[in-house]
Write a protein that binds this ligand. Structure first.
Ligand code: DGP
Length: 114
């Protein structure tokens, strides 16, 4: 199993403010928040990008979204609104090649994002 920065966070080898974890998924605050609430939801499985997701990962990917909605509710941004983002590859801004879903909220979010 390849080691990524995020798999080290998931394993507790690098500190992070963990908000949720189970056998498949970990959620923690982004170290460089772009909004008052900025949480990353990751699978423990080190899938490098959305392009690498396989049909057998469908349940896991669905669960990432369910955990994101649960975090948004807990963080008090479910009603005001929030955005979920998966950056895929460098041209979209991906810097950590371990699949992750950003959950952003707590301030007005422009659309289109630019
Ligand atoms: P992306 O650009 O989509 O690959 O997002 C990577 C995010 O990961 C970025 O918003 C900053 C965050 N990040 C990078 N290193 C760390 C770290 O060591 N700890 C935490 N909590 N977040 C990190």
């Amino acid at each position: 199993m390849s080691e990524t920065l995020f798999s080290k966070i998931a394993a507790g080898e690098i500190p992070a403010e963990i908000l949720y974890e189970d056998e498949e998924i970990v959620a923690f605050r982004d170290v460089s928040p772009q909004a008052p609430v900025h949480v990353l939801v990751i699978p423990r499985k080190p899938i490098p990008t959305l392009n690498a997701v396989q049909p057998e990962d469908a349940h896991l990917i669905g669960r990432l979204l369910l955990v994101a909605a649960q975090i948004a509710a807990r963080e008090g941004i479910a009603e005001s609104g929030y955005r979920t983002v998966i950056n895929c590859n460098a041209g979209a801004g991906q810097t950590v090649f371990h699949l992750h879903l950003h959950v952003l909220g707590g301030r007005p979010l422009n659309w289109p994002p630019g």
